[in-house]
Ligand binder design. Structure first.
Ligand SMILES: NC(=O)c1ccc[n+]([C@@H]2O[C@H](COP(=O)([O-])OP(=O)(O)OC[C@H]3O[C@@H](n4cnc5c(N)ncnc54)[C@H](OP(=O)(O)O)[C@@H]3O)[C@@H](O)[C@H]2O)c1
Length: 218
């Protein structure tokens, strides 16, 4: 990890759960972290959790990943403030209760926008900035899901699963394109199982989330 100290990382979904934990871990490894989300107060709160003596720095950016202009402005800000990018962690994501035979189209669109399109746009912009700034050992991390590896036995999350299958396909596609460019920038997909974050609260409320995790705790 030492080689990452002082380098610039973008973490999407830095206001909560997995993205917030990754952003904090990178700050504690002395990285310059750009943390984005809509709930910017939560992202800002990471600075008070940094280990004493960390040389990391936090830049908080309001970005609604459903909005392409927001993503473009965020990359313009990174370009003007840092001129360089070494790491992009695509952690933001969501599931909505929207079955395939009865779910509403807006919920599917939101999942597609955040889980698939924003990952694609951020990846394209991140690799472009890395290559423009001479970074050949950069890294893109896509937070996927086990839901992207096998069908879920629950109709609530079928569309979500489809977006995560897409993330796996995108990861392999980007890897192939980078190889074609003879670039050493890497792309990695991480697929967590169940993680107790706000994810299930947002999906079905506090009680729904508690019920899921109650039976898993020893
Ligand atoms: N929790 C699990 O069991 C689990 C399992 C496998 C994979 N995952 C994946 O892990 C990733 C992180 O999930 P989590 O568990 O940490 O969930 P979480 O606690 O609900 O965090 C989700 C993050 O995504 C951001 N986000 C959602 N919609 C956004 C939008 N329109 N614009 C900008 N940011 C948006 C949220 O920020 P704001 O709301 O502040 O904008 C928040 O920071 C997701 O990709 C999820 O699919 C989670």
């Amino acid at each position: 990890m030492e080689r990452w100290a002082g380098r610039v990382a973008l973490v999407t979904g830095a206001s909560s759960g997995i993205g917030a934990a990754i952003a904090l871990a990178l700050l504690n490894r002395d990285m310059k972290v750009v943390g984005c989300a809509r709930n910017v107060d939560n992202v800002q709160a990471l600075s008070s959790k940094m280990r004493e003596g960390s040389k990391g720095s936090l830049t908080v950016v309001h970005c609604d990943l459903r909005n392409h202009d927001d993503i473009t402005s965020m990359f313009e800000q990174i370009r003007s403030e840092f001129g360089i990018l070494h790491l992009c962690v695509n952690a933001a994501g969501l599931s909505k209760d929207a079955p395939l035979l009865s779910g509403d189209t807006d919920s599917w669109k939101e999942m597609l926008d955040v889980n698939v399109l924003a990952v694609s746009i951020c990846t394209r912009e991140a690799v472009t900035l890395m290559r423009d700034s001479g970074v050949d050992d950069g890294h893109i991390f896509n937070v996927c899901s086990m839901a992207g590896h096998r069908p879920l036995n629950n109709k609530m999350n079928s569309f979500y699963g489809a977006t995560k299958y897409a993330v796996r396909a995108l990861t392999e596609g980007v890897r192939a394109e980078l190889r074609g460019l003879k670039s050493h920038i890497r792309v990695t997909e991480i697929s967590p199982g169940l993680v107790e974050t706000e994810f299930f609260v947002r999906l079905g409320g506090e009680q729904f989330s508690q019920k899921i995790f109650k039976n898993l705790k020893v």
